[in-house]
Ligand binder design. Structure first.
Ligand code: 6R9
Length: 651
């Protein structure tokens, strides 16, 4: 890429700044106030939420390791589902809340706010009738159908804590998540449908439930009508349940710090972490960022292509847009089926104004050329967004010039499951854009850089380092479910008193932030977060595998690919079928998103004399940068490295 492309700046168009809720001056003023007088700022901003009992205290936070607690609006009460539904009924009962676009392009549905209210209330009563109580955890393992949103909101309505598990995860991965949060209830569908291929969700649940051994009830939505096994003492038909239930279900008053949901995400070590978000702060954050980041205006059609199994689906398909009374589009299918123009066809069909998707999807569609895009008008689009991984400037430029015809700003939103919503992001009417930069922090967010010695780098001027956040924001996760100590150790111990993001970043001469990617052992494959430790433990669970180490390497389409080094039992030499077998094995153990891209069999892995695998060396070899391995003097057996280089898979 040329230097000039890297330095390109796209100023805010004057008409846009004028029409936007927030222009550059207002942004600067609000940002300053959010840091100078935070209590005042958040007291005002929190008025966007309907409180049952108003809060008196804004925040009570300590990031001190010995007394770590994070509380926002703590003595207020509210209900998230009432904020997403009931309060919109007086003015917009008949407005579309959800537009559902099925996998099959001829199948869609529109659900108004009044209908959403009835659906959610009936299900909430149905959940009560099968024994779900306030505080119980309910696992949701669903395809992208409106019932997934109903299920989340029905839990929120009665104070149950949902744990949505991505429908692409395996029975074992699902079982692990059910067990970790002791969930006695599962909501699922018979099958999912993606690109016309059925996904056996109920069969997966049956296996997971058998493994977990603690589930009382499985509620199943009929999506395809495919054959399923049925255990009459445990399984409940969704349709019958909601039909029998009353459509009247008053929302449960929840304390602001009562849990709203748990969402599992990968870390650098151990099993996935149950990220816990609470009600008040999360709702303020979801609503505020959805409005400002997407410059949302009433009546607009807003489409986030994420799956509800990820945090982006939680905050920017369900809670943010619905809290703001928006019309949120939910898409069941995949961007490339039945043809590579599906997204653009859907944009025209539903007159989408805002499209929010992942760089990996943009790169895949870019490969199909401009033709499929140009087949459709896209004239309704006014804003584009990206999330999930760094976007390369080539993909950014294609998105901007081809998809957006050079007239739609792109909001590149940096955030994490842990942060609840966007932290570093442009505001479309306020922020000049630089392709590849997430630009500037949103209100209340104070980022900083740390150097390798653990020292804070000066807050002005260009610099690179590890990205930390210096003060709490309302949408921040509160703990790891069941393991507060791990929460403290993971996020607040590397740099005491600061939240460590796990990302590296660069700040340029204009104070713009460029996220460079994870600095820990977390991979970002097609925008999906995966822990190398999880893939390693899946590999070593195979009877033929003695040892495994997994690293990422640059991948044109996926951002990062999964590179596995494997030593077989008894020093056996690998055969061709071993590769296929192990790829299949990992798919089964974790899910298709974790399928290894490259597997290199090695007689041994590079280790220090104390037996630690030297991942730095493995990363370099996987990146095909073996000329520059750095210090190898601590290797127990330097010969191992020569073999690894000679047989490397990424050339
Ligand atoms: C929302 C979400 C979080 C990790 C994060 C970072 C990467 C997300 C990004 C981005 C560069 C962006 N990431 N957005 N990197 N630019 N705009 O994706 O949450 O699944 O928890 O992943 O994704 O590395 O630390 P999650």
């Amino acid at each position: 890429m040329s230097q000039s492309a890297q330095n390109a700046i796209y100023p805010v168009a004057a008409e846009r700044a004028a029409a936007a809720g927030i222009d550059a001056d207002r942004r600067a003023d609000m940002y300053r106030r959010s840091l100078d007088t935070p209590d005042e700022f958040w007291r005002e901003e929190a008025q966007r939420i309907d409180w049952i009992v108003p809060f008196t205290e804004v925040s009570d936070v300590s990031w001190n390791k010995d007394d770590l607690h994070i509380r926002w609006f703590a003595d207020g009460t509210l209900n998230a589902s009432a904020n997403c539904i009931d309060r919109h009924l007086p003015a917009r009962a008949d407005d579309p809340a959800i537009i559902w676009e099925g996998d099959d392009p001829t199948v869609d549905a529109t659900i108004t706010y009044a209908q959403l209210h009835e659906k959610v209330c009936r299900l909430a009563n149905g959940l009560k009738s099968v024994g779900v109580k306030k505080g119980d955890r309910v696992t949701i393992y669903m395809p992208m159908v409106p019932e997934a949103a109903y299920a989340m909101l029905a839990c929120a309505r009665i104070g149950a804590v949902h744990s949505v598990v991505f429908g692409g995860f395996s029975p074992d991965a699902l079982a692990g998540r059910i067990i970790d949060c002791e969930s006695r209830f599962v909501i699922t569908a018979d099958e999912g449908l993606r690109g016309s291929r059925p996904i056996p969700l109920k069969a997966n649940v049956d296996k997971a439930v058998a493994t977990a051994g603690i589930v009382d009830k499985v509620i199943m939505v009929k999506r395809t009508g495919g054959a399923v096994d049925w255990d009459a003492s445990r399984d409940v038909a969704y349709e019958a349940l909601v039909q029998a239930a009353s459509p009247d279900c008053p929302p449960e008053p929840m304390n602001a710090e009562d849990p709203l949901f748990i969402l599992y995400t990968s870390g650098s070590t151990g099993k996935p972490k149950g990220v816990l978000h609470t009600t008040g702060g999360y709702m303020v954050w979801a609503s505020m960022t959805h409005e400002y980041v997407f410059d949302y205006k009433p009546g607009e059609i807003y489409w986030c292509t994420a799956d509800v199994g990820w945090v982006t689906g939680h905050t920017y398909i369900v809670y943010g847009p619905l809290a703001n009374g928006a019309t949120t589009l939910m898409f069941e299918g995949v961007p490339t089926w039945p043809g590579p123009d599906r997204l653009w066809q859907v944009v025209d069909k539903h007159q989408v104004n805002t499209l929010y998707t992942a760089p990996t999807a943009i790169r895949a569609l870019m490969r199909e050329g401009d033709g499929p895009v140009k087949k459709h008008s896209r004239s309704s689009l006014r804003l584009l967004g990206t999330v999930g991984e760094p976007i390369n400037p080539e993909a950014w430029n294609w998105y901007y010039n081809v998809v957006g015809d050079g007239r739609c700003p792109i909001v590149d939103t940096w955030w994490q499951t842990e942060t609840g919503g966007a932290l570093i992001t442009p505001l479309p009417g306020a922020t000049a854009l630089k392709p590849g930069s997430a630009t500037l922090p949103i209100f209340g967010v104070e980022p900083a850089l740390m150097d390798a010695e653990g020292q804070r780098i000066a807050d002005s001027g260009p610099a690179s380092g590890n990205l930390v956040i210096c003060r709490s924001w309302p949408g921040q996760m509160r703990t790891i479910y069941g393991d507060h100590q791990r929460f403290i150790e993971t996020y607040f111990s590397t740099y005491p008193g600061l939240y460590f993001t796990g990302d590296g970043a660069r700040r340029d001469e204009d104070g713009y932030w460029w996220i460079t990617g994870r600095v820990d052992d977390v991979l970002n494959v097609s925008g999906h977060r995966l822990g190398t430790a999880e893939i390693e433990s899946a590999l070593v669970a195979h009877k033929d595998v003695a040892e495994a180490a997994v690293v990422g390497y640059p991948h044109d389409l996926k951002g990062q690919g999964i590179y596995c080094y494997v030593t077989l039992m008894g020093g056996r030499v690998a055969a061709d079928e071993d590769v296929d077998q192990l790829r299949k094995w990992v798919r089964q153990e974790i899910g298709p998103v974790a399928t290894p891209d490259l597997i290199q069999f090695a007689p041994a892995l590079p280790k220090t004399r104390s037996g630690k695998i030297m991942r730095r060396i493995l990363r370099k070899i996987a990146e095909n940068e073996f000329g520059n391995l750095g210090d190898t003097s601590t290797l127990a057996d330097p010969g191992v490295v020569d073999d690894l280089i000679e047989n490397r898979k990424n050339r």
